[in-house]
Design a protein around this ligand. Structure first.
Ligand SMILES: [Zn+2]
Ligand SMILES: [Zn+2]
Length: 402
């Protein structure tokens, strides 16, 4: 007996957010987990209708850089921790996620990747944001830019180790500080695997960035955080003062970057500067959230529950206790980043949402599948109210209710 086709899913009574404009009153029609139509027209008979109640219909968010949430860090390395964090971020509108490693022993990183692979294979909307791949972020940080990550787990890139991680097929984003010995070989290997290749936790000069660029590096992690500046390079090289990662990203059109727009890491002026200089096609919003997201203020481990560094959350941001105000990643979701970016910059809403959806999807190579409300893409759809608060979340056409 042929199976009856599932009824269409239709979003009505909202302003549809496209990558370059808002379309009031448009309809988004989905079927079989995909977007089938965006625009005007009749609602098919028997369709399941989702009423946006005068709010917005937006693409699901894509987070390139995220460590955990709701008490779990991906580096805990268990399926339960991975599901907990992915569910937490889905509540904030993230439908595609790249769980991000910290510094740590090779076995800890391997366990994290394996746990993410297991949850990804199971699939299902109940597991929350869909894992599009892992961001191999730690351990290849510069010794002087480790930040809040466990310093004992930092090391220079070693081919035997990272090739084992790449061989899982799960690593889609790969970070290394450009000045480390072996960085260029790492970038080339990551590029061959089709990864978005990024430089972060680095004190690199322009010359080191230019070499990295030739080896395939195209992105810098959390702009202005744990990266070089003219001032930091002056300490290293004296005068004449050197151009830094900041100038390289701004000057090279092939480069993208990301900001932690939680209102605590960067001032409204810096967020505005980043948007004006880079534009919505080269700037991503990321959470860089740790396990304290949606948890009460208190002390938390950044990284693995076994041996991660202790950080503190005041409910607004993570910080390193007693370190003179050094921050330790965010404790809020991408919905907060979108609201903060919008308020800080006054950028058109379509551009702000693009920075949290299509731009990161393009940079990570998943834009054919997701990242915008376009025919043929997965039905990753959010209903937002007029104040850009998440009301309903659909992943592959199924509603996430956890
Ligand atoms: Zn970082
Ligand atoms: Zn991070």
């Amino acid at each position: 007996m042929p199976r009856a086709a599932a009824p269409a899913l239709v979003f009505v009574n909202g302003t549809v957010i496209l990558p370059d404009r808002l379309v009031p009153g448009a309809v988004v029609e989905c079927a079989g987990g995909r977007i089938r139509r965006v625009g005007r027209g009749r609602i098919p008979k028997g369709a399941v209708v989702v009423d946006a109640r005068g709010g917005y219909v937006a693409p699901g968010f894509v987070d390139l850089h995220v460590h955990g949430g709701d008490g779990a860090d991906f580096m805990d390395g268990t399926a339960e921790a991975v599901r907990t964090a992915c569910r937490a971020h889905a509540r904030h509108g993230t439908t595609t996620i790249f769980p991000t490693t910290t510094t740590g022993a090779e076995a800890q990183i391997a366990a994290m990747i394996a746990a993410c692979g297991g949850v990804r294979r199971e699939g299902g909307v109940a597991a929350g944001a869909r894992i599009a791949g892992v961001h191999l972020y730690g351990p290849y940080f510069a010794p002087d830019k480790v930040g809040c990550h466990p310093a004992s787990g930092r090391r220079d890139p070693e081919a035997a180790e990272y090739q084992r991680h790449f061989a899982t097929g799960l690593v889609r984003i790969a970070t290394c500080a450009a000045e480390l010995p072996g960085a260029e070989a790492f970038y080339r290997a990551a590029r061959r695997r089709g990864c978005l290749v990024t430089c972060g936790h680095s004190n690199a000069t322009w010359a080191e960035m230019a070499r990295a660029y030739r080896a395939g590096m195209r992105h810098v992690d959390h702009f202005w955080c744990a990266m070089s500046s003219v001032a930091s390079l002056r300490q290293r090289y004296g005068t004449p003062m050197q151009a830094s990662m900041e100038q390289f990203v701004l000057a090279e059109p092939g480069m993208s970057t990301e900001v932690i727009a939680d209102g605590c890491h960067l001032s409204p002026e810096l967020l505005t500067f980043a948007w004006r200089q880079l534009g919505a096609r080269r700037l991503c919003l990321v959470t860089d959230a740790n396990r304290a997201l949606d948890q009460p203020p208190g002390r938390y481990r950044f990284g693995s529950a076994e041996d991660g560094e202790w950080i503190e959350s005041d409910g607004r941001v993570g910080f390193v206790p007693g370190a003179g105000g050094a921050l330790a990643s965010s404790v809020v979701g991408l919905d907060t980043m979108v609201r903060t970016m919008r308020a800080a910059t006054g950028a058109p809403l379509a551009e702000v949402v693009r920075m949290a959806s299509l731009t990161p999807a393009e940079r990570a190579g998943v834009a054919r599948e997701t990242g915008s409300l376009a025919v043929g893409k997965r039905a990753d759809v959010l209903v937002l109210d007029r104040r850009i608060r998440v009301r309903r979340v659909f992943i592959g056409g199924a509603e996430f209710t956890g």
